[in-house]
Design a protein around this ligand. Structure first.
Ligand code: PLP
Length: 283
């Protein structure tokens, strides 16, 4: 039976009851985090906690127990017997349940805090052979830096990718590539690694940040500038990054091959460095 964390308690998931007046349900008034468990440690828990606190600050909620969350996450791993299984931890915090009104509840109500763990079957085929992506207009809001649970544009775009037989949707905003439906995106042009700079147009990915460190250590030149859509014809490699897919090559965009249609050398090098870092943490 899956055990989840709900408002301070560990409960069988099926016993959890959330009010229909929860603002997460009515307004998507909440934020979330997804953290990777690598059979022995959480990947960059500190980075995730910093991003969580930032998201909370931006939407003006405060969760005094936030600093204790890493031990809650570990307890979820243990209670669900996932110590030796690659897993993801999901945490969602909403502004709580109150009669529907756009204004924040006054007086404030208790937040709704929900977290669960689930085993992950890493898709080695995708991460080594690469995926196809589609390119679409970025139809999201202007605060993509907040990890908001309001993901309808991402869902619609991602489903469009799936319907086209692809596994990601790359977004274009005002002629510039921002990121993807559920990942950040990198391109190699003339040997230089490009990705969108941190801004309100992208989520500051934890994997993105760590890949940038790896690129720096490997002496790969990096340019934190958004790639114009018109330069896609010049890219030799592309890859996406996120917590579950880590570094995954993109081998076609809108049915056009990227480079020679195979994961390129920069992508493979970063992938090797990433895997080595995980192995080193595992000890
Ligand atoms: N961008 C978006 C829109 C995402 O949803 C995600 C992850 O879910 C990312 C980027 C990558 O973030 P991270 O590397 O922290 O998983």
């Amino acid at each position: 039976m899956d055990i989840a964390y709900f408002n301070g308690n560990f409960l069988p998931k099926d016993d959890i009851k959330i009010s229909p007046d929860d603002r997460g349900f009515l307004f998507a008034d909440g934020i979330y985090e997804v953290i990777r468990w690598y059979e022995g440690f959480f990947f960059d828990m500190e980075g995730h906690m910093l991003r969580l606190k930032r998201s909370m600050k931006e939407i003006r909620i405060s969760w005094p127990e936030a600093d204790a969350y890493p031990s809650v996450a570990y307890e979820l791993i243990v209670r669900n017997n996932l110590q030796n299984t690659p897993s993801l931890i999901y945490l969602q915090i909403t502004r709580g349940a109150a009669t529907r009104s756009h204004a924040f509840p006054s007086p404030a109500v208790n937040l709704t805090v929900y977290s669960f763990a689930k085993g992950l079957r890493p898709d080695k085929e995708k991460t080594s052979a690469g995926i196809g992506a589609i390119l679409r207009k970025d139809i999201r809001w202007s605060r993509c830096d907040i990890k908001s649970v309001s993901l309808l544009p991402n869902i619609l775009s991602f489903q469009e990718a799936m319907d086209a037989g692809c596994h990601e949707c790359i977004f274009v905003k005002d002629g510039l590539i921002t990121e993807c439906a559920h990942s950040n995106v990198f391109f190699v042009i003339d040997g230089v690694l490009h990705t969108h700079p941190e801004s309100e147009d992208i989520l500051s990915g934890i994997t993105r940040k760590n890949v940038l460190h790896l690129a720096h250590d490997a002496g790969i030149p990096v340019s934190l500038t958004a790639v114009p859509e018109t330069r896609l014809k010049d890219i030799s490699e592309a890859f996406i990054t996120n917590t579950s897919l880590e570094i995954t090559p993109v081998i076609s965009i809108d049915n056009k091959k990227v480079g020679d249609g195979k994961p390129g050398p920069v992508t493979r090098l970063l992938r090797e460095k990433f895997d080595a870092e995980i192995r080193a943490f595992k000890g």
